[in-house]
Design a protein around this ligand. Structure first.
Ligand code: ADP
Length: 247
């Protein structure tokens, strides 16, 4: 459903990702793991079509920059970008109209209910706490019901209830046949959620395994992650996630 082949992105002399290849199958959750700076966000932003890159990204058989591909793809960015002068409800309404969605109101109510935004409907974007902004960010990504969903560090800033709801929603989407890619540097947050794990380090894919393959080896995801990354433990510090404009 989504095929990434030899994706290479350079920011000046920095090679953020180097010949990255992987596939997402319908009805599966793939986790994209790696220390900060491994290249996860760059992969996500390239796949969604925000960056120029070398290599190819095919979405349901279409190039990722085509309208057909964009209809299939959904993206929940790491940092929410909300409109300060639109209310929570107006954000959803705006998105629904942009996507020309029909019969979307019950879905908005369900999402608001799940993420405890029902009593925040009239609040403006700049009145929301960081956690609430992230919840709205997630609701916006889920409203169009994409067939392929990319989530960049989605658990950051969420309270335990919202994490539980997000996980159960992802499992439901998987059952419905959605192909899901979740990037994170927090292995605990994706435990029991993943079908396939792609581990990146320094821009390169170091491992690509299914849950069954790892279980058959008697290894945990955490063990494999540290085997791969322990050569450079300093990269595991919780800061240094560089983003910016070089697009
Ligand atoms: P991750 O999401 O795994 O933390 P990123 O994709 O954000 O990693 O970053 C990969 C590499 O690319 C890092 O070395 C980072 O410093 C660099 N990088 C990311 N975005 C930019 C940018 N806009 N300009 C220059 N370098 C960048």
């Amino acid at each position: 459903m989504l095929v990434v082949k030899d994706l290479t992105k350079k920011y000046g002399k920095t090679v953020a990702c180097d010949h990255v290849s992987f596939m997402l199958e319908p009805g599966t959750i793939t986790v994209l793991l790696g220390p900060n700076g491994a290249g996860k966000s760059t992969v996500m932003k390239s796949v969604i079509g925000f960056l120029k890159y070398e290599g190819s990204v095919s979405v349901g058989g279409y190039n990722n920059k085509t309208v057909e591909a964009k209809r299939l793809l959904g993206y929940i960015p790491e940092l929410p970008s909300l409109y300060p002068n639109l209310t929570v409800s107006e954000h959803m309404e705006f998105l629904a109209r942009a996507y020309k969605l029909t019969d979307y109101k019950p879905r908005i109510d369900e999402l608001f209910d799940r993420f405890e935004l029902t009593d925040k409907k009239k609040k403006y974007g700049d009145e929301l706490s960081k956690g609430m902004q992230q919840k709205l960010n997630i609701c916006l990504g889920l409203l169009p019901q994409p067939k392929i969903l990319l989530l960049d560090e989605p658990m950051i800033g969420l309270d335990p209830h919202a994490i539980k709801e997000l996980k159960s929603l992802l499992l439901r989407l998987r059952e419905e046949g959605c192909a899901i890619l979740v990037s994170t540097h927090m292995i605990d947050s994706v435990e029991n959620l993943w079908d396939r794990a792609v581990i990146m380090q320094k821009g390169v894919v170091r491992a690509n395994v299914t849950h069954e393959e790892l279980e058959a080896r008697g290894e945990t995801l955490e063990q494999m992650f540290f085997e791969i990354t322990e050569e450079t433990p300093e990269m595991l510090s919780p800061d240094g996630n560089v983003t910016g404009a070089d697009e």
